[in-house]
Design a protein around this ligand. Structure first.
Ligand code: NAP
Ligand code: HSE
Length: 432
């Protein structure tokens, strides 16, 4: 299949816009493989042409005149990543009316004006997609709209603002509110006006969007009762900890007696609840429904490249659903060899029953060391017939742990068969 060149444009070239450009270049082959299209940024609207940019680009791409994008005849797809409602709303209407598909990361725009914008898009026969407007990298819009289309979701509960979750978890670790907010701004998590984050407006807009899709009934920002974290003090954080709980900014959209309630506010979450474990700028959304019972989606909720992944996914969906059928095609494009099972690395918990006498521990440690298995923790329990050892290793090759255990099982001091279980202690984020 010969590649189709697709000129695209960006409204905004800040934290998200620059990351979208970078991802389109770095993932060009993946996109082409999936869709047969090569997306090329030809215009990007900014306010200041002389500003330092996060990702280098040809100087003739930048413009301060939106007409350069609206009237660019070769551009059929635009990502709106400039934020704000005014003049952004007019720009998006002009783009849709001009027959251009639009992808947006702008939750304030969608939460306030989605009805009008969809009407314009439908009239012009183009798509308006907004995955990145809620929870950055988490594909919750697509899951709700496609995967759960018949699931009758009746409750959505979530942490949907990365900046405030970052601040709250920093405060839990003893950091100061102002310093944590400044760090969130430096890391590109916060809105241009961070009072939208800490005041709850950002989370409220996202909950309005989630409720609209989950319940199939329009909920706008004005329908959401919300407050942020500005009144939360270290006293609240300490009190929560004493009670075995955490303070989180929680959004809840619920159907009660066929009526909709959507609210956002600080809440105490018990330490065993999935939302209590959501750390830093991560978000999580719990979807509760008849058939699905409960599904939790968790992932990065803010950040340039994280948000760009959702913007680019929407762009790919648009080019991939107009002219090609990649959503239905066989998704396999390469053949990976199977990893030798012994080459997978993990920390392990080992349980070994042994004679309780001098030198036994040393002999076991020696067998582990011979296979480069390092001990992180060791606990010994006295038993009638000897001792029971609980050993937690540092990350080691599975095969090395198995080989060491075979030798340990053969020691005359060992009783029965030692056992090994992998320890899952990280967030499962591994670099490929
Ligand atoms: P940003 O870093 O402030 O970038 C905004 C960009 O838009 C800048 O390039 C700016 O131009 C341009 N711009 C703003 N107003 C403009 C105007 N009136 N005319 C022309 N250009 C204008 O913001 P961001 O963090 O990338 O966020 C962009 C959007 O993504 C917002 O809707 C935000 O809510 C959403 N979002 C952000 C994140 C995140 O983690 N950052 C996550 C999800 C969604 P200059 O560069 O010349 O100033
Ligand atoms: N400022 C937002 C947040 C960006 O912190 O969650 C993602 O929408």
């Amino acid at each position: 299949m010969s590649s189709v060149d697709v000129p695209v444009a960006l409204l905004g070239y800040g934290t998200v816009g620059a990351a979208v450009h970078r991802l389109l270049i770095e993932s060009a082959e993946d996109i082409e493989r999936a869709t047969g299209h090569r997306l090329r940024v030809v215009k990007a609207l900014v306010r200041d042409l002389d500003k330092e940019r996060g990702f280098a680009l040809d100087s003739d791409i930048l413009t301060t005149d939106v007409a350069d994008v609206v009237h660019a005849e070769d551009v059929a797809l635009v990502a709106e990543v400039m934020g704000g409602v005014d003049p952004t709303s007019d720009y998006v209407v002009d783009l849709l009316s001009a027959g251009k598909h639009v992808v947006t990361a702008n939750k304030q725009l969608i939460a306030r004006q989605a009805g009008d914008l969809f009407a314009v898009a439908a009239k012009a026969g183009v798509q308006l997609r907004f995955e990145a407007s809620v929870c950055a990298a988490i594909p919750v819009i697509k899951v709700l709209r496609e995967s759960l289309v018949v699931s009758h979701v009746h409750r959505v509960l979530g942490i949907v603002n990365g900046t405030t979750n970052f601040i709250l978890t920093k405060m839990e670790a003893g950091h100061d509110y102002e310093a944590a907010l400044a760090e969130a701004q430096t890391l590109g998590y916060a809105e241009a006006d961070p009072s939208e984050d800490v005041g709850g407006d950002d989370a409220a807009a996202k909950m309005a969007i989630l409720a609209t899709i989950a319940f199939g009934s329009r909920v706008t920002l004005a329908d959401v009762q919300y407050e942020g974290i500005t009144e939360i003090t270290t006293g609240h954080i300490q009190a929560a900890r004493e009670l075995g709980m955490s303070v989180r900014l929680v959004g809840a959209a619920t159907i009660v007696e066929d009526k909709v309630d959507v609210r956002v506010g600080p809440a105490l979450v018990t330490s065993t609840h999935p939302l209590a474990a959501v750390d830093g700028a991560f978000n999580a959304v719990m979807l509760q429904g008849d058939a699905i019972r409960e599904i939790t989606l968790e992932g990065p909720g803010a950040g340039g490249i994280e948000t760009a992944s959702a913007v680019v996914a929407d762009m790919v969906s648009i080019v991939g659903t107009t002219g090609t059928g990649f959503l239905q095609d066989d998704p396999c494009w390469r053949s990976l060899e199977r990893l030798d099972p012994g080459r997978l690395r993990s920390p392990f918990f080992l349980r070994v029953e042994v004679d309780d006498r001098a030198g036994v521990l040393a002999r076991i440690a020696e067998r582990l060391a011979d296979h480069d298995v390092s001990v992180a923790r060791l606990v010994q329990h006295q038993r009638d017939a000897g001792a029971e050892l609980y050993i937690v290793t540092h990350e080691s090759y599975t095969g090395a742990v198995s080989d060491a255990l075979v030798e340990i099982a053969d020691l005359p001091e060992t009783h029965g068969k030692p056992s090994a279980l992998p320890v899952i202690s990280d967030r499962g984020i591994a670099k490929a």
